[in-house]
Write a protein that binds this ligand. Structure first.
Ligand SMILES: CCCCCC/C=C/CC(=O)SCCNC(=O)CCNC(=O)[C@H](O)C(C)(C)COP(=O)(O)OP(=O)(O)OC[C@H]1O[C@@H](n2cnc3c(N)ncnc32)[C@H](O)[C@@H]1OP(=O)(O)O
Length: 719
């Protein structure tokens, strides 16, 4: 797992060999330890180079080993032995040096990087801290403020920035390994002590306490309850206040606490789940490994509303040539201006030139003859979308892929109006589409494996986390959102306020509570959908009482709020009050409190005290319950997909792993018991009726999440 060779006469070359990323598994650590001992002992060896095989230095500790009992030599003494040795050791960094990989390089006396390499300490994103000396050596090398920033964010740094910061000593466009070998010979005999970071003091600016206090305040504000960033600041503080060994002791103590935490487990689960969802499979046997995507060089977007504009920007940024179609001339002009502004803004941030040349705007659908893939993003109306798909079917070349950005309409119904249903697929982007990482790729019953591969591959090119989902109303994300929203509204009826509900959800870790999000999205969106569904407005069944629809409990509160012209941020009032239309700072609104009080009086509801625990249980467990139904219905590949949809599309706190992971952490018997309790109290809310899958899992001893698939009733997959 580490190859040893002697090159150029006196240089020991140690190569990490653990594909694909040379993670520091037990075997690799053993290999390095043995190779370093050999090099330091061999009198013919005067200097050492450490590099990684296949153009990757090292992706850090082997994350898969974290769940198992520790074996092999630990990292800290291994790195100390390198630093303490009396022969210069040079790290040759190609590809990446992340986490333990960078810590290994910091234990070396010199670092040479390839110009395309990236370095960083991403441990915080795994719920950990750099506990192989990273929190102690990096501040000593580059100073307090930059070290704090890198360690608390886990940000990856390019070789050029690493050179500027002083993390690496040289950057080369040629082979980093060759330059390191040459360099290792040049530095033989030079004093090593100044290169041993553990012997140095952390450079301390006069305002050191202010820097640390501000960093702590910043991470606490951003962390939304995540513990690792806070521990990172504490560890770096030790690099300033304590001698190296005591600082290392502190680093170990903090790490031991984090390592055992449920947050670390959740974040590490997310790391693997994010990668797992890219490996999709269908019930037909087709999967990502055997289905080839079609080439897409020219794409089109139909409709330049908010979604269409964002999708256009995302496609252009990925280097695709795009035809943007908007039949309304005024809208086209407005869309054009906004897309250009967004592209220019993004390019400016990255010091690049905006690729406006990739764009062509038109009002004429017949200009789509040569496009490979078309994404329809018109108004969310089935009749309108069908009309567009009919036209696309006759205008586009026969093998062009037709995608819809619907957020929940039936993909099969749309496909049925085309002559190529096998080439129709849902690509459900989330607003703003050029920013949000999530993409639901919706498989219609006739979508071909090739078309799924094409949409998934395009998602990857756009930098999205793409998740294959089944074609059911609302797909996965929005389908699970309904019970969550319902519960939030019911809680208002029963005595809560928007700020009480949002406060509990934000305390849990959501960036915004449900009512703030609704205000941001615009309350009229849901209002229109409810009108179309006959839940409010003229199409309501006259036999339905005000607080019941289609046989189940219904809260008309959101409709009443809309009827008052309170449409959210855009109108300056919604569930909250804003300083102006379009304002973003939400303050509790006495008028809403009055509206709620009057409503309760009108309906004879005695308000009661509602606590955070009830808010969380009712909103989150109802959502989770629907997640189990999604699995039971075969609309998702597994719980990992659901979790990634919620983490990347709905602000679910990553350190809680996603709703299904959270359910497993809380304990499935507990989730079941609370759902049963609430269902008894609210028998007219079917969403609280525990799903049969949840019951079956509990009866079978609550198996771990990766075994849930075994408890689905077959045939299960609709994918
Ligand atoms: C008290 C206890 C003390 C314990 C001390 C513990 C010290 C911890 C310090 C650490 O080092 S924690 C790990 C820090 N490193 C990272 O977070 C890096 C994670 N990896 C990445 O960012 C990326 O994978 C990459 C290295 C940039 C490569 O990206 P790329 O897009 O090229 O490929 P991927 O699809 O992401 O990965 C390929 C393959 O490799 C698996 N993998 C990647 N990194 C690791 C790792 N560090 N450990 C184990 N496995 C890793 C990844 O899961 C993929 O596998 P798959 O089977 O194909 O899904």
């Amino acid at each position: 797992m580490a190859r040893y060779a002697q090159v150029q006469g006196s240089v020991a070359l140690i190569t990490l060999t653990n594909p694909p990323v040379n993670a520091l598994s037990a075997a690799v650590r053993l290999g390095i330890t043995e190779a370093v001992t050999r090099a330091l002992r061999d009198p013919k060896v005067k200097s050492v180079v450490i590099c990684g095989e296949n153009g990757v230095f090292c992706g850090g500790a082997d994350i898969r080993e974290f769940a198992k009992p520790m074996t092999g030599p630990p990292l800290v003494p291994m790195i100390s032995a390198i630093e303490e040795g009396d022969k210069p050791v040079v790290a040759a960094i190609e590809g990446v040096a992340f986490g333990g990989g960078l810590e290994l390089a910091l234990g070396c006396h010199y670092r040479i990087a390839h110009s395309k390499a990236r370095v960083g300490l991403p441990e915080v994103t795994l719920g950990l801290l750099p506990a192989a000396g990273g929190t102690q050596r990096l501040p000593r090398l580059i100073g307090l403020a930059p070290a704090l920033e890198l360690i608390t964010t886990g940000r990856h740094v390019t070789a050029q920035e690493a050179l500027k910061l002083g993390i690496v000593d040289k950057v080369t466009d040629q082979s980093a390994q060759d330059l390191a070998i040459q360099f290792a010979q040049e530095v033989i005999g030079q004093p090593l002590l100044p290169r041993k970071l553990s012997t140095q003091l952390t450079p301390c600016p006069p305002d050191v306490d202010t820097i640390l206090d501000e960093a702590m305040a910043r991470v606490k504000q951003r962390a939304r309850g995540a513990m690792a960033p806070v521990a990172c600041v504490q560890a770096v503080r030790a690099a300033v206040n304590l001698p190296y060994q005591a600082g290392m002791q502190k680093e170990q103590e903090l790490m031991a606490f984090l390592f055992r935490s449920s947050q670390a487990r959740a974040l590490q689960y997310c790391f693997f789940a994010q990668r797992a969802v890219g490996k999709w499979s269908l019930s037909s046997g087709a999967h990502s490994g055997n289905s080839k995507p079609r080439p897409v060089t020219k794409a089109a977007v139909i409709g330049l509303g908010t979604m269409g504009r964002g999708i256009t920007v995302a496609l252009v940024k990925a280097g695709l040539s795009v035809v943007a179609v908007e039949t309304n001339k005024k809208q086209l002009e407005m869309g054009k201006q906004m897309v250009s502004a967004m592209l220019k803004h993004d390019a400016q941030k990255m010091n690049a030139v905006p690729r406006l040349d990739l764009l062509h705007y038109t009002t004429d659908l017949s200009e789509l003859k040569n496009t490979d893939l078309i994404i329809e993003a018109v108004f969310e109306d089935m009749a309108l979308k069908k009309e567009v798909f009919k036209k696309l079917s006759s205008v586009c070349k026969p093998d062009a892929v037709l995608c819809t950005n619907t957020s929940g309409l039936d993909v099969d119904e749309l496909a049925s109006v085309t002559k190529r249903p096998e080439l129709v697929v849902g690509m459900h982007f989330f607003a703003p589409a050029h920013v949000m990482k999530l993409l639901e790729v919706v498989r219609g019953s006739r979508s071909s494996p090739e078309v799924m591969a094409t949409a998934m591959h395009l998602g990857k090119r756009l930098g999205k986390v793409s998740v294959v989902v089944g074609n059911c109303s609302g797909f996965v994300g929005n389908r699970m959102l309904r019970p969550y929203l319902d519960q939030a509204n019911f809680l208002l009826e029963e005595g809560a306020t928007p700020e009480l509900v949002d406060g509990a959800l934000e305390e849990f870790g959501f960036p915004m509570g449900v009512f703030k999000v609704s205000d941001l999205s615009g309350l009229d969106v849901g209002w229109r959908i409810r009108k179309e569904a006959g839940l409010t407005g003229p199409n309501v069944d006259p036999k339905d009482p005000l607080r019941r629809r289609q046989g189940r409990r219904y809260s008309p509160l959101p409709d009443l709020v809309c009827e008052q012209g309170r449409l959210g941020q855009k109108s300056g009032r919604g569930w909250y009050l804003y300083d102006k239309p379009g304002g973003r700072v939400a303050t509790p609104d006495p008028d809403i409190h009055k509206l709620l009080e009057d409503y309760r009086v009108r309906h004879g509801i005695r308000p009661r005290q509602i606590g955070s625990q009830e808010v969380l249980e009712r909103c989150l467990f109802a959502l989770i319950n629907e997640g189990f139904r999604v699995l039971e219905d075969g609309m998702a590949m597994g719980p990992e997909g659901i979790d990634m949809i919620y983490v990347f599309g709905y602000g679910w706190p990553r350190h809680r792993g996603g709703p299904m992971f959270y359910a497993a952490m809380v304990g499935l018997p507990r989730v079941l018991e609370r759902l049963e309790y609430y269902q008894q109290v609210h028998p007219d809310v079917p969403h609280l009726q525990p799903s049969s899958l949840l019951r079956r899992l509990v009866v079978n001893g609550s198996p771990p999440l990766d075994k849930w698939r075994d408890f689905l009733q077959r045939p299960h997959s609709q994918l």
